[in-house]
Design a protein around this ligand. Structure first.
Ligand code: C5P
Length: 229
């Protein structure tokens, strides 16, 4: 991993807007993009396909290590291919998210994905989306953001996103699932969801995506200079 390559880490709970913000920022900057949550979602999906139990830590770590995956940011949405099959939509379901959060709590699975995540750090720079990007995977990142929003607002956003993708959803189930996933993500002993000490928090409950992008662009210019965006 080259420490001279700049990294912007964007962490936060699901529905905080970090997915949209980090993808847009990577495109605007012309930098590489790492969706670390997709890796955990893919391990969950691969486990289902290969009939590996979600508590078989050693077998799941082996799956994570060998994951045959391709990402393409140049499609409209991030395109994700697992073992030759386009799984872009399949991995975005709530079931896939819950499965991801279960496998993500296993230390051996997290360790198995570290080198793969570091490999995304290439010139001209990298924007990452996740939970532990600023705390564990890229602790030396020169700019760390932590996006937050209330659980209700995050459930509303997920509802709209899922509907747009034609995926069926129920708002009260979503609120409950988000709360359950937050609790599991922030209480686990390995790499719990929390802002890095040097992260800048961006509260997004009451502002739209354009305003969030403006704030983020301002922070990028402050850190990397006016020519960056
Ligand atoms: O961000 P996304 O909703 O795709 O992440 C799915 C799950 O993967 C999260 O609920 C979390 O448990 C796990 N995850 C993680 N560390 C990351 C990214 C995601 O534990 N860096």
């Amino acid at each position: 991993m080259s420490r001279s390559v700049p990294v912007i880490t964007i962490d936060g709970p699901s529905g905080s807007g970090k997915g949209t913000v980090s993808q847009r920022l990577a495109r605007d900057l012309g930098w590489h993009y790492l969706d670390s949550g997709a890796l955990y979602r893919l391990v969950g999906l691969a486990a289902e396909r290969h009939r590996v139990a979600l508590d078989d830590e050693a077998a799941l770590a082996a799956l994570a290590e060998a994951l045959d995956v391709e990402f393409d940011l140049h499609a409209d949405d991030l395109k994700v291919v697992l073992e030759g099959e386009d799984v872009t939509l399949v991995i975005r379901s709530e079931t896939a998210g819950n499965r991801a959060s279960k496998v993500a709590a296993l230390p051996a699975v997290r360790t198995a994905l570290v080198a793969r995540q570091h490999a995304f750090r290439r010139l001209p720079g990298l924007v990452t989306d996740g939970r532990d990007m600023g705390t564990v995977i890229f602790p030396d990142a020169p700019l760390k953001l932590f996006l937050t929003a209330s659980a209700e607002e995050r459930a509303n956003r997920r509802y709209k996103q899922l509907k747009e993708k034609g995926i069926d959803a129920n708002i009260s189930n979503l609120v409950a699932e988000i709360a359950e996933r937050d609790a599991r993500d922030s209480q686990r002993s390995t790499a719990p969801l929390r802002p890095a000490e040097d992260a800048i928090e961006v509260e997004t409950s009451s502002i739209g995506i354009e305003e969030v992008m403006q704030q983020v662009a301002r922070l990028c210019r402050q850190r990397f200079g006016d020519q960056v965006l």
